[in-house]
Design a protein around this ligand. Structure first.
Ligand code: NAP
Length: 244
């Protein structure tokens, strides 16, 4: 597709759902920055997309836990474009060693998980606000999870109630709160902030146990980019909204 003149940034774009989101945004004509904390992995991902004719994809070094890295990424992108239409806060981790039920979860696992999954989107969104404000009707999409839903966790018919990953699940609940906070703060400026449950997607994060492909997960993320301002602050999934 021809360029839309629009721009997008995806954190954790070098693999998994983020990689598929980059590919789909570029296919829709967005100039898309592929954020990666590791330069070699990020550049290899950009090269693979270029080879596949994916459109205008650009590497950006971005570790969401590192203030200096986030600030440098914002400055570098600002030097190349006056505005950012879409920010996808996708980077996320599940710490296999140390996460668990509340009685056994290790505090270092909690801190590491929150640093990426909660403070990461907070840092990145705040740093990119000047560019997002400069766009007309920008979208910020948080990649959340069904595990972040307290309602689903309390529903015994849902397997989620038996998933012993308190660091991960509570980080995604906190991400929901962050979404609502930014949605309320930015509504009057016309910036749409949503959180998406991409479904159970086969990626490294879950040892490829997921039942959906990365493209299917990415499609859910891209649907949020089409939502109007009236939908700001919503928790989106494939069949509409997800309960908080
Ligand atoms: P993945 O394949 O493990 O990809 C995670 C991505 O995040 C990688 O690019 C990783 O980079 C990046 N990342 C980790 N720490 C980072 C940091 N400090 N700074 C920047 N990037 C960092 O997992 P995924 O399943 O695609 O996960 C993507 C998002 O979807 C996550 O937020 C996850 O919680 C969410 N999600 C996934 C599922 C699922 O079923 N897979 C379900 C619900 C929600 P490296 O390659 O350098 O590690």
């Amino acid at each position: 597709m021809d360029s839309t003149g629009k721009t997008a940034l995806v954190t954790g774009g070098n693999k998994g759902i983020g990689f598929a989101v980059v590919r789909q945004l570029a296919a829709h004509g967005y100039t898309t920055w592929l954020g990666s904390r590791d330069e070699a992995r990020g550049r290899a991902a950009v090269a693979a997309l270029e080879e596949a004719g994916a459109g205008d994809v650009r590497f950006i070094a971005l570790d969401v836990t590192d203030e200096a890295s986030v600030a440098a990424a914002a400055a570098r992108i600002a030097s190349q474009t006056p505005s950012l239409d879409v920010l996808i806060n996708n980077a996320g981790i599940y710490v296999k060693e140390g996460d668990g039920a509340p009685s056994t979860v290790r505090l270092d696992a909690m801190r590491a998980t929150y640093d990426v999954n909660v403070f990461g989107p907070l840092r990145v969104t705040a740093a990119f606000l000047p560019l997002l404000r400069a766009a007309r009707g920008a979208h910020v999409v948080m990649v959340g999870a069904g595990l972040g839903s307290l309602t689903l966790q309390l529903d015994p018919s849902q397997g989620l109630s038996r998933w012993p990953a308190f660091a991960y699940s509570s980080s995604k609940t906190a991400l929901n709160a962050l979404t609502v906070g930014f949605a309320n703060e930015l509504r009057e400026e016309g910036i749409v902030v949503t959180v998406v449950n991409p479904g159970f997607v086969a990626t490294d994060l879950n040892g490829h146990a997921g039942t959906l492909t990365t493209d299917e997960g990415a499609e859910r993320v891209l649907r949020a980019v089409q939502l109007p301002l009236s939908a700001t602050g919503s928790f989106v999934t494939d069949h509409g909204t997800c309960p908080w």
